[in-house]
Each structure stands twice: as C-alpha cells, then as structure tokens.
Design a protein around this ligand. Structure first.
Ligand SMILES: Cc1cc2nc3c(=O)[nH]c(=O)nc-3n(C[C@H](O)[C@H](O)[C@H](O)COP(=O)(O)OP(=O)(O)OC[C@H]3O[C@@H](n4cnc5c(N)ncnc54)[C@H](O)[C@@H]3O)c2cc1C
Length: 545
C-alpha cells in the first residue's frame, strides 16, 4: 500500500514515522522549500509522549525536553497560586509517561531525523487530490503529480485536502491573537521563574510561560482579544514588543520581565472550526489540525495529532489489504475524542480569560477551595492510551455484544501486556489463569457489565512457529462465539470487512437456535477467524460461571 501524506508538520511527520515503523511505504509532501519549525515552544502531554516513546523517540526527546515540576494556574496580577497539577515524576506515576516542554524545532528535528529524508519531498504544494480507478492522484502547484493508494491530509488548519473531503469552508476567526516569544533562560532565572508550566489567568487575557530546549530558553505565549478583521494566519507575522508590553502593562512582574527580555515577538491569529461530520472520502482522510483545529487553551492540538498518527498506523496495519476500511476505522476511532477535546478547548478559552472582574474573583475563590480541581480537567485527556488500544479497534462494538470470544496468541504474557489496557477499557477483568490438560495456557476474562467471557489462549508450540502476525502481537486466531443469527451475520460481515475470505463452512446455513455452525476464514497476514454459533454451549458455560 502506497501512503502519501500532505504536510510535514508535527502530525504529518509523526504519522509517517509510525507508518514506516509498521513497514508501510510512505511519502510526505511539504509545501515549504526548507523544513523549519518556528521558534516557539509546545507542551506535549503524557498521552502523546507515550506515542512518541513507542515510535522510538524516547532518547531523542529526553535530550532536549524539559519536564516541568507542575502546571500552575496563577493570578494575573499578584502571581498567587490558584491551582496546581503535580507533574515531573508524579506525571509518570499517574499517566504512565512524562509531561514535556519542547522547542518545536527540537521535536520537528527529532521526527525528521528518525524518518529520514528519503521519505520527504519539499517544495511540493498540493493544489488538489482526486480519486481515480482505485488510486488517488495528487497535483502540485508546479505541475508535478503523484499517485498513492491512500492520501492523508495533514496540511494544517487551512487544509486543501480537507476541501476535497468535506467541501470548502472557511476557518472561523476567533478574534483571539497569540503573541509568542522566546526569552533567554537567564531572564527567567533573574525573575525567579521556576521550572513549572506557569499559566497566568486574567480578565480578558492569559499568559503562559515555560522553559524549553534543555532549559536554554523560556517560551511564552500571551493570548489576547482582538477587534480587528484578520485575513491571514501566519507564524512569521512579526509583532511589536512594545505593543505586547502595553497589552500586559499591569500584569505580574515575571510576565512583563519575560516580554521585555525578548528580542523577536511573533503573532498568530487563532482560528477554530466546528467538528466535521466525516473525516474521510474514499481513500482520502485527514489528520491533526486539518481534521480538528482547536484553540490552544488545553494545549492539545499537537498532542491530538500525535494520537491520530498512532491510530492511523494501527488501523492501516490491521487493514493492510483494505485501505478504505483502514481509514474508515481510523476516523471512527478518533472523531468523538477529538471533538470532545475541541469542545473542552473552547470552554477553557472562556474560563482562563473571563471578562468580568467579579466572575474572575468567583472563579479564583472556587479554585482556592479545591486546588486539585485542575487535575480533573486534564485527567481524561492525559490518561488516554492510544498505544495500548493498538489493535482490534474494528471489533470493539462486536466484542461488546458477544457472549464469548476466544483469541489465540503467540505469547500469552506478551499479549496480555498488549491487550490488558484494551480489555480493561472494554470492561473485562482477568478472572482466572489456567492450563488445560495439554498444558496450553489460558487467561479467562469476564466482562463486568454483561458477564461475557473473553479467553486468551497461548498457541500450541507447533502453531507458534507459524508466521501469523498482526501488528505487534503474534495474534493467530479470533473466534466469535455467537448467540443469535444477527450476531452470526454481524461477525461474518466484520471479518469480511477485515479482508478475510471464507476457507471452509457453508455460505449460508439453516438457522437452528440450538444448533452448531461454524465458518472459518483466512484473513490478511494469515490471521484465522472463526464465527461459531453454539448458543447451548455458551449458555452452559455462562451458567457454570
Ligand atoms: C499559540 C498556540 C499554542 C499552541 N500550543 C500547543 C501546545 O502547547 N501543545 C499542543 O499540543 N498544541 C499546541 N498548539 C497547537 C499545535 O501547534 C497544532 O495543533 C499542531 O502544530 C498541528 O500540527 P499539524 O501537523 O496538524 O499542522 P501544522 O503544524 O499546521 O502543519 C501543517 C503542515 O502542512 C504544510 N502544508 C500546508 N498546506 C500544504 C499544501 N497545500 N501542500 C503541502 N504542504 C502543506 C504546512 O507548511 C505545514 O508544514 C498551539 C497552537 C497555537 C496557535
């Protein structure tokens, strides 16, 4: 499968790297002639760091990142602490991965170095995409063309690919401007700025500051209101330092000190879009800001694009032979979550920049009463494990409705490390570890909501030598034990969608609710599926439990 990605931002490069690691043929087309991220920082939360570690960047990031001690919400004027989320080691303990502050260029360089330039074409501005004869043609501004089996639009908030997928629309100018700068670390140190994520909340405005590049700079962002009409969005729009100083004139001395110590100030107009009703059209899909631009108040735009990249690589791997099904599964798995994060970002944009001083006071009083409250704002986002939800995404709904599913894997311990979070997410608890009379090891899991059983078997040694492999788990065999005719049809349709073909068993069968019926399928990568109808046995098994 040839996969083309339009756009080499954080989302596009992460997707390319995740896909390369799963052995896909992938190429990235970027409009810029020189690949260079802007001089600004980015906060990457544990949900995304987990993915970056998974695709091999742990060492590269540890060399350049700053892991802040905490995320502090502070009063705009006095600097008093309003709320604190402990980070550092506490983040690793609670969310399973560090919280990092990075210079964008450091992250970009690490991604590019790991990907390799052979998979990247610069100076390629995509002007259109079109699907023809089971492939997608991409046209570029200089007249060049490329053809791929799947195209991923990772071309940012003003995406051309999005126009093809969802029809042309305009990004909504939010009337908010971000002012950004990098001050030397010495300025931060002179101002007694600790290695924390500092977020000053004021009426009308917000100011965020943190150390980046192994502590060599302090990145800051001032978010303000604007009454102007804004026509273009650009990282390179230079701002005037004095204008920012005037906007933050009576703010805390650390805020003013950082702005005053900054040589070049940039401004960025913030655009928003409502969630899309669909991310895919045929073999074309979207990722990152192209799919779900969001206001920066939850600091999640880049992190969500990194989660997208992980999900995309997983789905295109599971559906290696059915690209359209792969991107459909990817979009289905991501749309709800990213829409929720978009909504939370919009909501946070109001909370951190309340306009009315009385409301500000009331908000601050509430925060002082429950200083742990900010953790709840982020917990559901940062605890998300896109890596742990690696496979079987397409069978999720079916798993929820069946009485009994059996999975055979190459190595039980390895597989449980892999499936554990996924099964827990579906509501399954491990109830027994057994060996059958032949010594074959088995984990019995029961669903705490409906009592359904999910068995994970370790393959017999002779089977374990078979080259069956799906993604990273040696997954040999999935058996859906169904209870009703509808479930048989649903399971057979799902298995066919996964790219499997019938090996043995009747195409249709005389339906007998007490009877026995099985169809065997051979899927991509040699994975074996079995749809079994044996209601009496299932009932007996459940009664026994
Ligand atoms: C002020 C501010 C602060 C932020 N802070 C954070 C934060 O702390 N944490 C966080 O997670 N997120 C943050 N974000 C959001 C984050 O920056 C974005 O969500 C993220 O960079 C999006 O990545 P992307 O790869 O989807 O898009 P982009 O970074 O926009 O990359 C798109 C790429 O596509 C290229 N391109 C565009 N059109 C074409 C074309 N037609 N053909 C070829 N190439 C094309 C572009 O040149 C670019 O390289 C912040 C955003 C703002 C504005």
């Amino acid at each position: 499968m040839r996969i083309a990605i339009v756009g080499a931002g954080i989302g596009g490069l992460t997707a390319a790297l995740a896909l390369r690691r799963a052995d896909h043929e992938v190429h990235v087309y970027e409009q810029a002639r020189v690949l260079r991220e802007v001089g600004a920082g980015v906060a990457i939360s544990p949900n995304a760091v987990r993915v970056l570690h998974h695709i091999g960047l742990a060492d590269a990031l540890a060399r350049v990142a700053v892991a802040p001690i905490s995320m502090d919400s502070r009063d705009w004027h006095s600097g008093d602490l309003l709320g604190r989320v402990p980070l550092g080691e506490a983040a690793v303990e609670r969310w399973g991965a560090p919280f990092y502050h990075l210079h964008r260029a450091d992250l970009h360089d690490a991604l590019r170095a790991a990907l390799g330039d052979a998979h990247l074409t610069l100076g390629a501005r995509c002007t259109s995409v079109a699907e023809r004869d089971g492939a997608v043609e991409i046209r570029f501004a200089d007249g060049r063309e490329a053809v791929a089996d799947v195209v991923v639009g990772a071309d940012g908030v003003h995406s051309v690919v999005r126009d093809y997928v969802a029809g042309p629309d305009r990004a909504v100018w939010s009337r908010q401007v971000s002012w950004r700068g990098l001050a030397p670390a010495s300025a931060g140190e002179a101002l007694d700025l600790e290695r924390r994520h500092h977020s000053f909340w004021g009426p009308h405005k917000q100011f965020v500051a943190f150390f980046v590049s192994s502590g060599r700079f302090v990145n800051w962002v001032g978010n303000t209101q604007s009454e102007e009409d804004w026509l273009a969005e650009s990282w390179s729009a230079r701002g005037e330092r004095d204008e920012v100083l005037a906007l933050f004139a009576d703010w805390h001395p650390q805020v003013r000190g950082l702005i005053a110590a900054t040589e070049s100030v940039y401004q960025w107009a913030l655009f928003d879009r409502p969630p899309l009703s669909s991310w895919t059209r045929g073999r074309v899909t979207l990722l990152g800001d192209a799919a779900h631009p969001m206001l920066p108040y939850m600091a999640q735009g880049a992190s969500q694009s990194i989660e997208d990249a992980c999900a995309l690589a997983r789905c295109l791997t599971v559906h290696r032979h059915a690209p359209a099904a792969g991107i459909e599964a990817y979009a289905a798995g991501r749309m709800d979550r990213t829409a929720r994060v978009q909504g939370a970002s919009r909501e946070a944009s109001r909370t951190v920049r309340l306009m009315d001083p009385a409301e500000v006071e009331a908000r601050n009083a509430r925060l002082r009463e429950s200083p742990e409250a900010p953790i709840a704002r982020f917990d559901w986002i940062w605890s998300h494990d896109e890596v742990g939800a690696k496979t079987l995404e397409p069978v999720r709904s079916l798993l929820g409705s069946l009485n009994h599913v059996s999975i055979t894997v190459r190595d039980l311990d390895d597989a449980m490390r892999f499936f554990g979070p996924f099964l827990a997410f579906l509501g399954y608890d491990l109830v027994e570890s057994l060996s059958d009379p032949n010594g074959q090891r088995l984990h019995v899991n029961a669903n705490r909501h409906n009592g359904a059983v999910l068995n994970v078997w370790e393959a017999k040694p002779e089977l374990a030598a078979h080259p069956f492999e799906v993604y990273e788990v040696g997954l040999h065999h999935i058996a859906f034990n169904t209870d009703t005719r509808e479930q048989v049809d649903e399971a057979c349709a799902l298995v066919t969608r996964l790219g499997a073909r019938v090996l043995d068993g009747p195409a249709d069968f005389p339906y007998d609710p007490q009877g026995w019926y099985a169809v065997y399928f051979l899927g991509p990568d040699g994975l074996k599926f079995e749809v079994v109808h044996q209601p009496s046995k299932v009932r007996a098994w459940r009664a026994k439990r």
